[in-house]
Design a protein around this ligand. Structure first.
Ligand SMILES: [Zn+2]
Length: 113
């Protein structure tokens, strides 16, 4: 798990690795999307260890099968739409966030036309 694997956040292949902070606690770092996910203990790596091979399998399926890629893109779009709807309804969240950029869901995964 120390070598680069698919990012569990943006699904970019070979982009995420486990690093360690100054106190020796693990964190995930993706050079493609820039995420840094800090973990309070090594127990948080359980899901990473189990889900990373699954994420790699999904990315591979998306690259080989347009229907699978389209289905996954719809899942991402639905999630993003739901989050944006909450953002619009929440006055606290919308204050000072008017310049948000639209994300590029699955920019690194799936089929490329
Ligand atoms: Zn990423």
């Amino acid at each position: 798990m120390t070598s680069e694997r698919v990012c569990l956040f943006c699904l970019a292949p070979d982009a995420m690795s486990v690093k360690f902070d100054r106190r020796g606690k693990p964190f995930l770092r993706c050079f493609a999307c820039g995420v840094r996910a800090f973990m309070p203990s090594f127990q948080s790596l359980n899901g990473v260890a189990i889900l990373t091979p699954y994420a790699e399998s999904v990315v591979e399926q998306m690259a080989q099968n347009r229907a699978v890629a389209d289905e996954k893109r719809r899942l991402v779009a639905a999630l993003v739409d739901g989050i944006r709807a909450k953002l619009v309804r929440s006055p606290a969240a919308s204050a000072g966030s008017s310049s948000q950029q639209a994300p590029a869901p699955l920019a690194h995964g799936g089929t490329r036309a």
